[in-house]
Design a protein around this ligand. Structure first.
Ligand code: GDD
Ligand code: MN
Length: 405
């Protein structure tokens, strides 16, 4: 079933980068009948690929006509390339009815190009492939097989057995692996889910990102999809990143800066700000409990300094635990009912907070004695650092909040 593809460019969506829940139904210029949805939409982002676009369209058509004939579309999304790639792509549409072309004149960027393509896509499964033949088209069939097996997302990876890169320079390999390592530190729950988070070659079920507003930066669309989508099952397929024949890579140091910005933005988007603020309020209330008990023991009852400090700190820790268990993490502790569970949480909370006291003392000494910092400033920085430490470790261990959303 070919599309009676009218010979015009696909309009560029101007709304926010949100993926429609239902496939966009295109009405053809002549019949105005909506085109029925299809199974697979593959976006080919291009910038100065006039020498590659015909070859990639030919190869993809031959491959997909052999596996899902009439049930796929190719969408070239070109950012008004100086070499007029969009025009070359348009000249192909009469021979390739399943090809659609978008020319973006007011937006630039690989990731947003892919999303604009997905916004006008009619497929149930949305994919992306580079136009420069560095992503072997044959791998598509294995990715589709992964999706058919039930995967929500299928990614081509250079870092699984039989995967690899052709002859990338040591610098490029180092930069790629380095970027991945930074991602694992900042966003382990996202970047750590795939072996090749830098991959620009993957497909995802529309239902997993439907309604999500994606906000990528630079080149790494896969991280954005993993970070904001409802992705449960991920399939990976090995591929070898090929040598570019025509044109050149657009990756510059700017993409690496964009990548860092993107990681941090996703990190804070996934940071449980509400819980963190409550934890801070509880911790602040603990200061008053600590000082109040210390005053009673030390001044009213004449206890020794160390004993007063230890007892007042412990009472403050228990008070903080009770409030956090009830308010900050109430939604979690409700799922872990019973006195035994609660006591286990208290023990963990206590141990982590006491370790926090040690970290506090070490930090103050380090900043005051080694860096000559003002002791009150040192104390403040130590309190802020330990509060972050206490929050994150308690959330992961005491209340076992796994998927931070
Ligand atoms: N529309 C659009 N706009 N397309 C772009 C842009 C842009 O600003 N920049 C690049 N592209 C297109 C290129 O035309 C090509 O089809 C594809 O995106 C990849 O661009 P390259 O410049 O060739 O990137 P690379 O080969 O160095 O890196 C690729 O492979 C890596 C490994 O999979 C990219 O896909 C990286 O994202 C990926 O990590
Ligand atoms: Mn390339």
């Amino acid at each position: 079933m070919g599309l009676n593809q009218p010979n015009h460019l696909v309009p560029v969506p101007s709304n926010p980068l949100q993926i429609p829940a239902a496939p966009t139904v295109t009405s053809t210029a002549t019949t105005d009948a909506g085109e029925p949805p299809i199974y697979f939409s593959l976006i080919i982002p291009t910038y100065n690929e006039c020498k590659n676009v015909k070859t990639i369209v030919e190869k993809l058509t031959k491959l997909l006509d052999g596996s899902i004939p009439g049930d796929y579309e190719l969408i070239v999304v070109d950012d008004d390339s100086p070499d007029r790639t969009w025009e070359v792509a348009m000249s192909l549409t009469p021979d390739y009815p399943q090809l659609r072309v978008m020319r973006r004149e007011h937006e630039r960027g690989l990731s947003t190009a892919v999303i604009r393509g997905w916004q006008v896509a009619r497929g149930e499964v949305l994919g992306v492939i580079d136009a420069d033949l560095q992503h072997p088209p044959e791998t598509l069939l294995q990715l589709l097989a992964e999706i058919k097996r039930g995967a929500d997302l299928a990614a081509a990876s250079r870092h699984v057995t039989e995967g690899g890169v052709s002859d990338w320079s040591v610098v490029r390999r180092f930069l790629s692996r380095g970027a991945q390592t930074v991602g694992l530190i900042i966003l382990p729950g996202v970047v750590g889910r795939v072996s090749d988070p830098m991959s620009g070659y993957f497909m995802v079920r529309r239902s997993c990102i439907a309604g999500k507003t994606l906000n990528p930066a630079g080149y790494k669309i896969l991280i954005e999809v993993l970070g904001r989508g409802d992705i449960r099952w991920i399939g990976e397929v090995a591929y070898v990143f090929q040598e570019r024949q025509e044109g050149e890579s657009k990756v510059t140091w700017k993409q690496y800066i964009e990548y860092l910005r993107h990681l941090l933005r996703l990190r804070f988007a996934r940071w449980p700000m509400g819980k963190f603020l409550r934890f801070g309020v509880v911790g602040f209330s603990g200061v008053f409990v600590d000082m109040g008990i210390f005053y009673i023991l030390r001044t009213l009852l004449g206890f020794g300094l160390t004993r007063s400090t230890i007892v007042s700190s412990e009472v403050a820790i228990i008070s903080n635990f009770l409030w956090n268990d009830l308010w900050t993490f109430g939604d979690i502790s409700k799922r872990q009912p019973g006195k035994r569970q609660r006591f286990k949480r208290l023990l963990k909370f206590n141990t982590i907070c006491l370790m926090g006291v040690i970290v506090n003392v070490l930090l103050v000494n380090l900043m005051f004695n080694d860096f000559g910092m003002n002791e009150y400033l040192a104390k403040l920085i130590a309190i802020a650092t330990v509060t972050l430490w206490n929050f994150w470790i308690n959330m992961k261990l005491s209340w076992r909040v796994t998927d931070v959303n």
